[in-house]
Design a protein around this ligand. Structure first.
Ligand code: PGA
Length: 261
């Protein structure tokens, strides 16, 4: 089954408003003035995840292009007394089409559990937003030989409330925690092994639709390592942090197919 590659920029807590807007303008220009056509001809999907306050401003800059806007988080409830939180419908109003959920920083620094993440996945589906669900093991878990157990537990837990009829639209991101922001990328072999394992689990849970689900790799993806990673059969995209902060660098990553493998 062919899966359309999806490359996403996760800015985390970076960029003031003017920087966010000029990045978006610059990226649209770099990916072709008619970026819808240009991206389609490369057949990749491109997404930027700015901080919450800039979602509207960035979406406005991306209007008319094929580049999508993602939130970095969401709250599962539609509304209510949840100070500081943002609902799926609010993301839709801000021009978002995707939201990242379960990022390891949210799990580790903000105590998010698989059960809470599962509610977010379902809430995004109900709002017609595409969830980008992150899973990944820490270095000590890998060294203890627990990688597959951790991935299986996170996957199962985070998909506990999945609307199976919309499963094909789900995007998964394998992000080994030891590779995030460390410059220590997983080798293509290590990443492929984890991706193949995740796809196997998805197949066990969902059947043949698992073949349509894109699995991104994340963790120190750079312009010079993206093509070897993307050459692996179960790596269908990248979730890029540090190397997504400059438009030139992220545009090079998006155009990985133009580089010799
Ligand atoms: P990195 O971050 O590319 O800076 O390693 C990836 C991520 O956390 O999504």
């Amino acid at each position: 089954m062919t899966r359309r590659p999806i490359l996403a920029a996760n800015w985390k807590m970076h960029k003031r408003r003017a920087e966010a807007e000029s990045f978006a303008r610059d990226l649209v220009k770099r990916l072709g003035s008619d970026s819808a056509t240009s991206l389609r001809s490369q057949d990749v999907e491109v997404v930027i995840a700015p901080p919450f306050p800039w979602l509207g401003a960035v979406s406005a800059q991306l209007a008319g292009s094929a580049i999508g806007c993602a939130a970095q988080n969401v709250h599962p409830e539609p509304q209510g007394a949840f100070t500081g939180e943002v609902s799926p419908a609010m993301l839709v109003d801000a021009g978002c089409r995707y939201a990242i959920v379960g990022h390891s920083e949210r799990r580790a620094l903000f105590g998010e559990t698989d059960a809470f993440i599962a509610r977010k996945v379902a809430a995004l589906q109900r709002a017609d937003l595409t969830p980008i669900l992150c899973v990944g093991e820490t270095l000590s878990e890998r060294e203890a030989g627990q990688t597959e157990a951790v991935l299986a537990r996170q996957l199962e837990g985070s998909l506990a409330e999945l609307d199976v009829s919309q499963a094909a639209r789900l995007v998964l991101a394998y992000e080994p925690v030891w590779a995030i922001g460390t410059g220590r990328t997983a080798t293509p072999e290590i990443a492929q092994q984890a991706h193949a394992f995740l796809r196997e689990r998805l197949t066990a849970r969902l059947g043949s639709v698992a073949g349509a689900i894109r699995i991104q790799y994340g963790g120190s993806v750079k312009p010079d390592n993206v093509s070897v990673l993307m050459a692996e059969p179960d790596i269908d995209g990248a979730l890029v942090g540090g190397a997504s902060l400059e438009a030139a660098s992220f545009a090079t990553i998006v155009r990985y197919q133009e580089k010799p493998k």
